[in-house]
Ligand binder design. Structure first.
Ligand code: ATP
Length: 364
């Protein structure tokens, strides 16, 4: 079982920057795990601390149940792929892939068979004699992955594995990486600042801010139920609407924990289990979960005027002015309303999230 257990981990650089600031994390055996967050949040430092390339200032790291906090990098059982791949330019593909085995003095015949097997797994057959300079970006990335896999680490650590590829190759490499990870079943932690990439690839995502964990969950959980307004803002290709509001009735029908929250332009239903009536909140609702109609609606709704519509492909993002507050809603492209049209927005209570106005933490 090659899980990773991190407890109370802090990594402080000599200049005093607390890049990782008291983190607890468990990565399960065989899991594809993403570290996600904005530039400077500490995700690369965390990955490098797991690898042993940075020293933990406090806390502990266990890999496969063994405490490796003070173990040198080569003896932790991890294989890391760097953002720039770090291939040896003077070695051919075969030599690059088997370099870690050569260091361990594995016999040449065994190395050759590992090279050809790994090259097969990573679709690099026929390229074993080439030097890195004679490969495309996507092929170089696969050689770096092949080298990591051939080293037979228990854990694979990937630092922004797709960031050096152009948009088309990146999509192709994403699919390849996901399938490879599933086939090999190797515990994998990858760093990305791209929320779409994390949502598409990971079994679970750790969202970081300023060296701290802000949410840990499946792609569906962090998308549909962001634990705070920071995650709500960071996840999603169209940003979540975050609107100042007030809970006017903690229970709309007296029984089921669904109340009414008033925001500019009207009101919406919301699940209100732990929120008292009268509370000033931030109302979070994804553009994807709002429904736009040209007609007035019965019950709680927002009313406003269409400002602009942006084509996103099969969907359009419509910006609606609700009493001076701009609200985004996605609609099928063919239902895009004209600017100036009067519209109504509704949402089911389960999709309307309430956040503490001060702390930004999820209430409902
Ligand atoms: P990016 O996506 O830009 O790579 P990141 O989330 O990976 O960012 P880190 O590179 O881990 O973040 O950096 C976290 C913090 O530590 C930043 O404030 C950064 O300036 C600082 N930092 C990183 N490396 C060092 C270093 N060697 N010495 C001092 N401070 C550092």
């Amino acid at each position: 079982m090659a899980g990773i257990d991190i407890e109370g981990l802090a990594t402080v650089y000599p200049n005093g920057v607390r890049a990782v600031d008291g983190l607890d994390l468990h990565v399960a055996d065989g899991e594809f795990f993403a570290l996600l967050g904005p530039s400077g949040c500490g995700k690369t430092t965390l990955l490098r601390t797991i690898a042993g390339l940075e020293t933990a200032s406090s806390g502990s790291i266990r890999i496969d149940a063994a405490d490796v906090t003070r173990t040198e990098p080569g003896k932790r059982g991890v294989a890391m792929v760097f953002q720039d791949y770090a291939l040896f330019p003077h070695m051919n593909v075969s030599e690059n892939i088997t370099y870690p085995l050569k260091v361990r003095r594995v016999a040449p015949a065994t190395r050759a068979s590992v090279a050809s097997r790994t090259a097969g797994e990573l679709s690099l057959d026929g390229l074993l004699e080439r030097k890195p300079g004679q490969l495309s970006g996507g092929q170089q990335q696969r050689v770096a992955l092949a080298r990591a896999i051939a080293s037979e680490g228990k854990v694979l650590l990937l630092d922004e594995p797709l960031s050096n590829l152009d948009a088309r190759l990146r999509l192709e490499a994403r699919t390849f990486l996901k399938k490879l990870q599933r086939d090999l079943g190797i515990t994998t932690v990858f760093v990305t600042h791209d929320q779409a990439e994390a949502l598409a690839l990971a079994d679970r995502i750790a969202v970081m801010q300023s060296g701290k964990l802000r949410q840990l969950g499946s792609p569906r959980e962090v998308f549909a139920w962001p634990a705070n307004t920071f995650v709500a803002n960071f996840i999603g290709s169209t940003p979540m609407n975050l609107l100042p509001g007030q809970l006017t009735s903690a229970s709309a029908d007296g029984s089921d924990g669904v109340g009414i929250v008033t925001v500019a332009g009207g009101s919406l239903p919301a699940t209100t289990a732990s929120v008292p009536a009268g509370a000033e909140v931030t109302v979070g609702i994804r553009p994807e979960y709002l429904t736009l109609t040209p007609n007035d609606a019965a019950g709680p709704a927002l009313r406003g005027t269409v400002v602009v519509a942006e084509n996103l492909g099969t969907q359009s993002l419509v910006t609606v002015d609700c009493d001076g507050t701009l609200v985004g809603v996605t609609v099928p492209e063919e239902e895009e309303p004209a600017p100036g049209a009067a519209v109504t927005l509704t949402a089911p209570a389960g999709r309307v999230l309430l956040y503490d106005r001060e702390s930004g933490e999820l209430l409902s």
